[in-house]
Structures are given as C-alpha cells and as structure tokens.
Design a protein around this ligand. Structure first.
Ligand code: ZN
Length: 116
C-alpha cells in the first residue's frame, strides 16, 4: 500500500528503529490515542499518569490554558492535533505508548499466546 514516507534520504533510519523514525503526527492515530488514554503511561515523558487522562500532571501543567483546554476535544474533533501541539511544546520526540504487555486487556489477546 505505498508508504509515501519511505522516500529517499532516510536510508539509515529503517529497521529496528522504524518506530522511532515514524513522524510524530503519524503516531497519533486514533487507536494509539485511545490506547494511551486507557493506559497509565504519559505519552510525552513516559512517566505514570492517571487512566483516561491525556498527560501526567507535570506535562499537563506545563501547557498553556488554551492547550490544556484543547485536550478535552473528542479524538475525531481535533484531539489528535491538540495532542500533537502539546507534544511539540513539551519537546517530546515521539508518542510514548505503554509496553505491549500492559495492553493485554485492551488488545484482547496477543500473538503467540497458547490457549489450550
Ligand atoms: Zn508527562
């Protein structure tokens, strides 16, 4: 399905660091945003946050009131853009998601799980 981001000029960034090289905006897909909200990991700094909050308290307080307010939008009504702006302000290089093991209940089941 033609990945347009895979052009010339980024030859050294593929492979195991592929996730890290994904543009920040591309990481803010609805599934990722929902996964982050349902987790206890701050997507900006990786520290603990409350479930269903966008960011940890430290990151949240760092934002201006306008940006804080923007994070109360619905995911399909500008939340992704608000989060992108927030991450930029916070200097986040990527959208931090919890480790796969912690999504177990969210994903249902993981590959390689033997159920006999
Ligand atoms: Zn944080």
């Amino acid at each position: 399905m033609g990945e347009e981001t895979r052009g010339h000029g980024d030859a050294g960034t593929r492979g195991r660091d592929a996730e890290l090289s994904t543009p920040l905006a591309d990481q803010l897909s609805a599934p990722n945003l929902l996964r982050s909200l349902a987790s206890a990991t701050c997507p900006a700094c990786g520290h603990a946050k409350e479930y269903h909050k966008s960011l940890c308290l430290d990151c949240y307080r760092y934002l201006s009131p306008d940006r804080q307010h923007a994070l109360y939008q619905r995911i399909d009504h500008g939340y992704d853009r608000a989060m992108l702006e927030a991450l930029k302000v916070l200097g986040a290089k990527r959208f931090i998601l919890p480790r796969a093991a912690q999504w177990g209940m969210w994903e249902g089941k993981r590959e390689g799980t033997n159920e006999h």
